[in-house]
Design a protein around this ligand. Structure first.
Ligand SMILES: NC(=O)c1ccc[n+]([C@@H]2O[C@H](COP(=O)([O-])OP(=O)(O)OC[C@H]3O[C@@H](n4cnc5c(N)ncnc54)[C@H](OP(=O)(O)O)[C@@H]3O)[C@@H](O)[C@H]2O)c1
Length: 249
């Protein structure tokens, strides 16, 4: 049920962090997987590391917020099709309302929300050709609950969760499912300084029922599930992976 043999996949933002974990898991489950990021050298290093573990992946470098058509076409050229698209790219700007100007707010929305729409629209003709297309966005628990001083990211991820529902409803007739994964706090390389902060450790103990940060590889099974035949009737959901953080009062 979780076998992805014969499937083709693209993971945007797949060169490091949660995107790379998801790409690695898709490839390990049998999908011919391509990773995207802006830093071609970083992608090549990731490819070689995975190759050392016996996992082959392809790379398609480029800025997905600007060059989605070329990147998606390059990925399809490598794999011969597109059954699974995970859009993991997302940036954060933690400035609060006093500090952030409307044009800066709009710029973050462009990266985290409008680009996701562009990626989906560009990939649609390919996903429609799949017998069971899967479009998976990566939102955040910020789509469900807010922290002070984070308006743009919170609005963008909330919008992305709504876009997930909207596209799921619109595209279901094409035998295509659209779902999202909402990660909680994961100790990726980017978050290493936060995960090591003793002040935040106390917060984690109180706020996360499992009393720890997520390990990056713990996001991957959610991606494999949503991409696999096991999720054939799952459409329009946001699957939260947060150690219980957002369900605790
Ligand atoms: N980590 C967490 O705790 C957490 C929690 C909630 C939600 N999320 C979400 O999960 C996703 C992944 O987070 P992460 O922490 O793994 O991020 P990360 O470590 O910062 O990795 C982001 C990846 O995206 C790529 N990227 C960024 N902008 C890009 C662009 N314009 N075009 C192509 N690639 C781009 C980066 O590579 P280059 O720099 O080479 O382009 C990198 O590979 C994001 O959407 C984030 O909002 C993460």
């Amino acid at each position: 049920m979780f076998d992805l043999s014969g499937k083709t996949a693209l993971v945007t933002g797949g060169g490091r962090g949660l995107g790379l974990e998801m790409a690695k898991a898709l490839a390990a489950a049998g999908a011919w997987t391509v990773i995207n990021g802006r830093n071609g050298q970083g992608l090549e290093e990731a490819r070689k590391r995975l190759q050392g573990d016996g996992i082959e992946i392809g790379i398609a470098a480029g800025d997905i917020t600007r060059d989605a058509p070329a990147i998606i076409a390059a990925a399809v050229e490598k794999t011969g099709g597109l059954d699974i698209l995970i859009h993991a790219v997302g940036e954060r700007d933690r400035r609060g309302t006093e500090a952030m100007e409307p044009h800066e707010f709009a710029a973050l929305l462009n990266t985290d929300l409008t680009a996701a729409y562009a990626v989906a629209k560009t990939a649609l003709p390919y996903l429609r050709r799949s017998v069971a297309g899967r479009l998976i966005f990566v939102t955040s628990i910020a789509a469900l609950a807010a922290r002070a001083g984070d308006p743009a990211y919170t609005a963008a991820k909330g919008g992305l969760a709504a876009l997930t529902r909207s596209l799921a409803v619109e595209l279901g007739a094409d035998n295509l499912t659209v779902n999202a994964i909402a990660p909680g706090w994961f100790a990726t390389e980017t978050n290493a300084h936060l995960a090591a902060d003793p002040a935040l450790k106390a917060f984690v103990d109180i706020r996360i029922p499992l009393k720890r940060w997520g390990r990056p590889e713990e996001i991957a099974p959610a991606a494999v599930f949503l991409a696999s035949p096991a999720a054939s009737f799952v459409n329009g959901i946001t699957l939260t992976v947060d150690g219980g953080m957002t369900v605790q009062m």
